[in-house]
Design a protein around this ligand. Structure first.
Ligand SMILES: [Zn+2]
Length: 249
């Protein structure tokens, strides 16, 4: 029974037509924070594969169905759809959502069929693309730095561009929380690591000492190079890039 009054705007329908047509068959569509996941099963069909058992998620699902319908797609709801009841604790909920998205990321494949997750993800390049003006909820414009990761497929050596959030899902915190500039490698320190340095007296300024020079805090730029926004304001270990590796490149 469809009792909803909601209708998508012309703009949203145009976006949908473009977005859905651009998706390859078997790819997954999981709008942020919707708790709903669809799979494009053929050129004109989407099937629901997952839905959170939550009223907000239900509303999203109803609206996404209306949108898909308005864009001329059929929506299938198989009997074996996974419906998951979210934990009440918001932190546990966020963790569950992250793990679910990670599961989806593990299924991403290169055009040749090789899973992206099976590549050596430590062999990556984070590349600054451009700065765009984005509108906030308060209708202010703020500059946003766009970045992308590049990896090479281990099977067909095709270069693959990955959105930073997606790279985070694929590679995990440890690889995401570091950055290599043209001269140095920066690795984010955890609170525990910093605490241990502090306990070891590394930040005591007595004995005419100073802060250790291998620890620094990153701003928007480092030696005139743009720093990825997710590394801003973090205490990092600073290492000179391996000279041998530099000669290789
Ligand atoms: Zn490939």
């Amino acid at each position: 029974m469809r009792t909803m009054e909601w209708q998508p705007s012309e703009e949203l329908i145009r976006w949908g037509e473009e977005h859905f047509a651009g998706m390859t068959v078997n790819s997954i569509w999981s709008p942020d924070d919707s708790g709903v996941t669809f799979k494009k099963t053929d050129e004109k069909t989407f099937a629901l594969v997952y839905r959170m058992n939550h009223p907000v998620s239900e509303t999203h699902y109803e609206r996404l169905k209306i949108l898909l319908d308005a864009c001329d797609y059929t929506v299938e709801e198989p009997d074996d759809v996974e419906v998951v009841t979210p934990p009440l604790n918001p932190q546990a909920q966020a963790h569950m959502e992250f793990e679910r998205r990670q599961d989806i990321a593990r299924a991403w494949v290169c055009e040749c069929g090789f899973p992206l997750a099976n590549n050596d993800l430590s062999d990556n390049t984070a590349e600054y693309v451009e700065t765009v003006e984005a509108q906030t909820d308060a209708k202010e414009t703020v500059p946003i730095d766009l970045w992308r990761y590049k990896i090479n497929c281990a099977q067909c050596s095709e270069e693959i561009s990955i959105d930073p959030d997606d790279f985070h899902l694929l590679a995990g915190d440890e690889l995401f929380m570091q950055w290599t500039s043209s001269t140095h490698n920066y690795v984010a320190l955890t609170r525990m690591q910093l605490k241990e340095f502090a306990d070891g007296g590394m930040f005591d300024l007595s004995d005419n000492g100073g802060y250790p020079d291998f620890v620094t805090v990153l701003g928007q730029k480092k030696n005139d190079e743009p720093v990825p926004p997710w590394m801003w304001g973090l205490s990092v270990l600073e290492n000179k890039k391996d000279i041998l590796k530099e000669e290789e490149e």
